[in-house]
Design a protein around this ligand. Structure first.
Ligand code: ATP
Ligand code: MG
Length: 306
């Protein structure tokens, strides 16, 4: 397996306070990794350590599978990042801002500017002064700047903070395109499960400085799954009826007289009717299991996350 980034017991203390505690992140090449945690959980501190903006108190960072002691400078050339708010010269246009950055980075070709502006959907607005940009446009310009040197890995700290639902959707779409069409690995932090869950392939949950869980999204969906719990008197025949009459095959015979149905969660009345009218005694149908939110609340000890 190829990893873009791994950390080994990465830690940060400020005085007596352990802010990031022995974190082991495993970001695989191609992942959209959602780094999820409440305000103050330690997300920004972790990302700042990754980017070399602050020094870890302990632990290692390994980039692109090159071993913990390979140079950070080499790795940084392959990474684009926005940590906290991207700063721009407000009286200059978007294109001028990127031009300054291009020169700072010592990059040869000018075409890359139009290319990244087009990627983030700002080509038509490139001559506008940044002070006239909306927050969403500024965020996208920040992403454009992070993309300028063709990074393999993007690290973005709360990229959808402050955006309205339309802006959030656009940025989310952009992440999917960058990941799918360009093969860019993306590490995004967020305090909102609802933003992460629609794009992430993998999720790491940080809580009070500790990484509580790191899990593939598909795996998480299985763990945090809701189902109709049906108590009835002939589970084998009920299973047959669900398949034949309703085309529902995603169920589990959980025991004598007990069947879990993982699809058609809103169709309990129809399920009940179909079973009952085919001679099955249905004693109870209830919605059970965890929603994703429930699951997160459970593992973060009931703390609000959404
Ligand atoms: N320079 C510092 N000195 C002392 N404490 C700090 C410093 N920087 C961060 N902290 C503390 O570390 C903890 C984690 O902060 P951090 O900014 O990493 O959280 P976060 O997950 O990014 O939160 P948010 O969602 O609010 O951005 C907080 O309790 C914060 O007060
Ligand atoms: Mg933060």
């Amino acid at each position: 397996m190829d990893f873009c980034l791994r950390t080994l017991n990465l830690s940060k203390r400020y005085g007596e306070k352990a802010v990031v505690r022995e974190i082991n992140l495993n970001v695989r090449t191609g992942d959209i990794y959602g780094f999820l945690g409440q305000n103050g959980a330690g997300k920004t501190t972790t990302l700042r350590m990754l980017m070399g903006l602050i020094r870890p108190s302990a632990g290692e960072i390994e980039w692109f599978g090159a071993g913990p002691h390979s140079g950070r400078a080499r790795a940084l050339e392959r990474i684009g990042a926005i940590i906290e708010y991207p700063g721009f010269y407000l009286n200059l246009s978007a294109a001028e801002n990127l031009e300054i950055h291009r020169r700072l980075m010592g990059m040869g070709n000018k075409e890359c500017i139009d290319e990244v502006l087009s990627t983030v959907g700002l080509l038509d607005a490139k001559q506008q002064k940044v002070k006239n940009y909306s927050l969403g446009m500024k965020q996208r310009l920040g992403i454009a700047r992070a993309l300028l040197h063709h990074p393999e890995l993007l690290i973005l700290d709360e990229p959808t903070n402050g955006l309205d639902p339309v802006g959030i959707k656009e940025v989310r779409q952009l992440f999917l395109e960058l990941a799918k069409q360009r093969g860019i690995t993306i590490l995004i932090s967020s305090h909102l499960l609802s933003e992460i869950e629609l794009v992430a392939t993998r999720i790491g949950i940080i809580h009070q400085g500790k990484l509580l869980e790191e899990i593939d999204y598909a795996e998480l969906r299985k763990k945090a799954r809701q189902y109709l719990e049906i108590k009835l008197d002939n589970e084998q025949r009920a299973a047959y009826l669900l398949e034949q009459k309703l085309g529902m095959g995603d169920y589990l015979v959980a025991g004598p007289g007990l069947l879990y149905l993982y699809e058609g969660l809103e169709q309990s009345a129809k399920v009940n009717f179909t079973l009952a009218s085919n001679g099955i005694g249905v004693r109870e149908i209830v919605l059970s299991g965890d929603s994703l939110e429930d699951y997160f609340l459970k593992i973060t000890g009931g703390a609000e996350l959404v």
